[in-house]
Design a protein around this ligand. Structure first.
Ligand code: C5P
Length: 304
């Protein structure tokens, strides 16, 4: 997450994420799943412009960037009305818990496709907590913000800590892995999204869960080939039962020379790992020609 300050406005770049490893460990009595996932931020990001208001009002204006809207159009879905947007809820939550009398104006520009398994909404919520904390001069630590972030969504706390991390519990318990070597990836969001609860309803918890150790070693070694070989996503099979696009993308990526490929999170985005930037540009051109959806050439991980 990048935070820039200019006058009374705070600009935050809220990155997307990819799951390089996602394994289910148990179904919990509260309806969630105990899991283990390795997440890395990627260079695709939403932008938030945030300003403190002297009245307690929370004002949110959000829009898709025109480029993304032109490519994906109505398949992006409508942005939720201000009051049901997770960004609005994040600002309200911090306002209530901190007891501040101040309000917030937020202008959100969306570039991260939704219902994509890229964590766009969760990242926006984390960015809102960080920006509001600065705008209201609360001086909460990232750890304190993480304590309330989990109430907004399982993936929100991850975005408060920069860089790759192992996430456990329902995803909200974060163990940062430190700086990692940037990985070149190509991400494709097909013309339809997938609903996360629907995917979890269809998933099966394995008797013998796969360990995350190979994925962790590969990313820490900065080895794209080993990272590509160690990819795991237990949610891909149930997602493929819901959307035919997952199978289509798996087949299309199998025909390329990428180092490994899989779906991110609960889908519907799919990505492939590349050797370097040139390889990523070539793969992106090949996938553009296959007309699978919105193709994004990006960099995963990097400085923590
Ligand atoms: O926490 P979040 O709002 O992202 O979760 C959305 C839905 O995904 C939950 O209502 C639940 O059905 C499912 N989920 C789950 N186990 C997790 C995370 C999410 O079953 N660890």
């Amino acid at each position: 997450m990048v935070v820039l300050r200019g006058g009374d406005t705070i600009e935050v770049h809220a990155p997307a994420k990819l799951n390089l490893f996602l394994e289910l460990l148990a179904r919990r009595p509260d309806g969630f799943h105990e899991l283990e996932t390795l997440m890395v931020p990627v260079s695709i990001y939403d932008t938030l412009l945030v300003r403190s208001l002297s009245s307690p009002e929370i004002r949110l204006e959000s829009h898709w960037t025109s480029g993304l809207f032109n490519r994906l159009g109505s398949s992006l879905g409508d942005l939720p009305p201000a009051e049901s947007n997770i960004v609005f809820k994040a600002a309200k939550l911090l306002q209530e818990v901190s007891g501040t009398a101040l309000g917030l104006e937020i202008v959100l520009t969306k570039r991260i496709p939704s219902q994509a398994g890229l964590g766009g909404a969760s990242s926006d919520a984390a960015a809102t907590l960080v920006a509001a904390n600065l705008a209201w001069q609360l001086e909460w630590s990232r750890e304190q913000l993480a304590m309330i972030a989990g109430q907004l969504g399982s993936d929100v706390p991850f975005f408060l800590f920069d860089g790759a991390a192992m996430c456990r519990g329902r995803g909200e318990l974060i163990a940062p892995l430190g700086p990692t070597t940037p990985l070149h990836v190509v991400v494709v969001r097909p013309p339809e999204g997938i609903s996360t609860p629907q995917v979890y309803r269809r998933c099966t918890v394995p008797e013998n869960p796969v360990a995350a150790s190979a994925s962790i070693s590969a990313i820490l070694a900065g080895d794209p080939l080993a990272t590509g070989r160690a990819l795991v996503n237990r949610l891909q099979a149930p997602a493929a039962e819901i959307s035919p696009w997952i199978g289509r993308m798996s087949e299309a990526f199998s025909r390329t020379d990428c180092l490994g490929h899989q779906m991110s999170g609960s889908g519907s985005s799919y990505y492939g790992i590349c050797r370097n930037a040139r390889h990523a540009r070539r793969l992106a051109a090949q996938l553009e020609a296959a007309r699978l959806g919105y193709v994004m050439c990006s960099i995963a991980g990097g400085a923590a």
